[in-house]
Ligand binder design. Structure first.
Ligand code: ARG
Length: 460
């Protein structure tokens, strides 16, 4: 067996079971690019500070570049006995270039190294997620533009409530996603500080320049407290929290579309490209992708809970438990990226069944609130008008008709204030237009919102 990089004080090598149990190379090799990036910056800084020679620096960087290429070509041998990505790369570098390679770990510990890698990885992951959030926003906005003017029932308690423009409803998701991206970018700004140079926990007496490495790696600056730098995982908790909120938003979008695709709602028809069938029922066409979006949200929330639980009760500073932060984080990012991608594809592949939606619109007295507002405009206190319209609805229920089908005499029998202009308020088409104040669902208000998003998302 090879002597470990930390082998000096050890007489025996670890058992196979311990090696298998403690390794992280099987998953943290995902960090190789960021690990090498960090090492290059570290070597440059060591040379500038006179801690290694310029020629050692050049040999180290050339070796690291070669290793990066080997990894990318699938020719690098990842070794479990070398435990993790950091030691695999460092040991391979020493194998490759000899003595200069042994100088790379000057004024560095794996504790600050792993966090440098991880923060760099989070930054890239956030950028990727924010981009996919935008793709989904664009897909939803395009779907809205394609269906301009379509009125759908709005629900509360999943009971028909008020008429809304489909555009308004789709833009509700666009708004949520905008805040989701904002949360990720806030998190990115807060996590963009460099732990490198914090070393094991106490910092170092060697004359390093932490500002230089921070700068070279694109960080805002170095973290100020070396103990904090290697202890906390709040940045990843924040990141996974932001992912969890996205997951919950997408889960709700998924539920909406699954419901709409049902025979009972029949609002949308997803194309075959985003549907799957049944192994026994020949007629089935299911909206599985969105069901899985709903389902996979559980994983993303689970990943966050794993991380929270992992950190709870840990003493300062680094503890090996923290190695368990990687897999849930990788899983959260991979899952959320998939959820965003598939949701955007689904949005591109649904058709709204206009005829069917129109036919079903009269049900549920969606214009009742508008009628109550009509009475308010005539000077009736809202509580009273609510009661009057309630009785009008009861009359409709007993006659099995719509509000707009009641005669003026019938309406006046409830309250003499009704006039023939009342019919401009009744029926969903009239009713929806009356929702005109800022942020409401009427067409002028919604057109304003659509314009805003077209400009903001740069749609042509
Ligand atoms: N693989 C470790 C992790 O992911 C790297 C840090 C190990 N540090 C140590 N002192 N054992 O946390």
């Amino acid at each position: 067996k090879e002597n470990k990089l930390w082998g000096g004080r050890f007489e025996e090598s670890v058992t196979d079971a311990v090696e298998r149990f403690t390794e992280s190379i099987s998953f943290d090799k995902l960090l190789y690019k960021h690990d090498i990036m960090g090492s290059r910056a570290h070597a440059s800084m060591l040379a500038k500070q006179g801690l290694i020679s310029n020629s050692d620096r050049d040999i180290i960087i050339e070796g690291l570049n070669k290793i990066e290429k080997l990894i990318e070509d699938g020719k690098f041998e990842w070794r479990t006995d070398r435990e993790d990505v950091h030691m695999n790369i460092e040991a391979a570098l020493i194998d490759m270039i000899g003595e200069p390679g042994k100088k790379l770990h000057t004024a560095r510990s794996r504790n600050d190294q792993v966090l440098t890698d991880f923060r760099l990885w989070c930054r890239d992951a956030i950028d990727l997620i924010v981009q996919r959030v935008k793709y989904l926003q664009v897909a939803l906005l395009k779907l809205a533009i394609k269906n301009e003017g379509l009125i759908v029932p709005g629900y509360t308690h999943l009971q028909r409530a008020q008429p809304v423009l489909l555009q308004h409803l789709l833009l509700a998701f666009v708004e949520q996603l905008e805040r989701d991206a904002g949360r990720l970018l806030d998190c990115r700004a807060r996590l963009n500080f460099c732990p490198l140079g914090a070393c094991a926990l106490a910092g170092t007496g060697l004359p390093i320049d932490r500002f230089m490495t921070a700068d070279e790696l694109g960080f805002t600056g170095p973290l100020s407290n070396s103990i904090d730098a290697v202890s906390d995982r709040d940045f990843i908790l924040e990141f996974l929290s932001a992912n969890s909120i996205i997951a919950i938003h997408l889960s709700r979008l998924g539920e909406e579309w699954v419901l709409w695709a049902s025979e009972e709602f029949g609002f949308i028809t997803p194309s075959d490209a985003v549907s799957t069938g049944s192994s026994i029922m020949p007629q089935k066409k299911n909206p599985d992708p969105m069901e899985l979006v709903r389902g996979k949200s559980a994983r993303v929330v689970g990943d966050l809970v794993t991380l929270l639980t992992l950190c709870k009760g840990l003493p300062l500073a680094y503890n090996r438990d923290l190695q368990e932060d990687k897999e849930p984080s990788f899983d959260s990012v991979k899952t959320i990226l998939g959820m965003l991608e598939v949701s955007a594809e689904f949005a591109q592949n649904i058709t709204f069944n206009e005829e069917r939606i129109k036919k079903a619109l009269p049900a549920g007295h969606l214009d009742a609130t508008t009628l109550a507002d009509y009475l308010v405009k005539k000077g009736v206190p809202f509580r009273t008008s609510h009661d009057i319209v309630g009785r009008a609805v009861a009359l409709c229920v007993s006659k099995n008709c719509q509000l707009k089908e009641l005669s003026l005499d019938e309406l006046r029998s409830l309250n003499p204030v009704f006039d023939k202009d009342v019919y401009e308020y009744l029926g969903v088409e009239n009713a929806v237009e009356k929702f005109s104040s800022y942020g409401s669902t009427g067409s002028s208000s919604v057109a304003y919102q659509v314009d805003y998003w077209v400009t903001k998302l740069g749609i042509t």
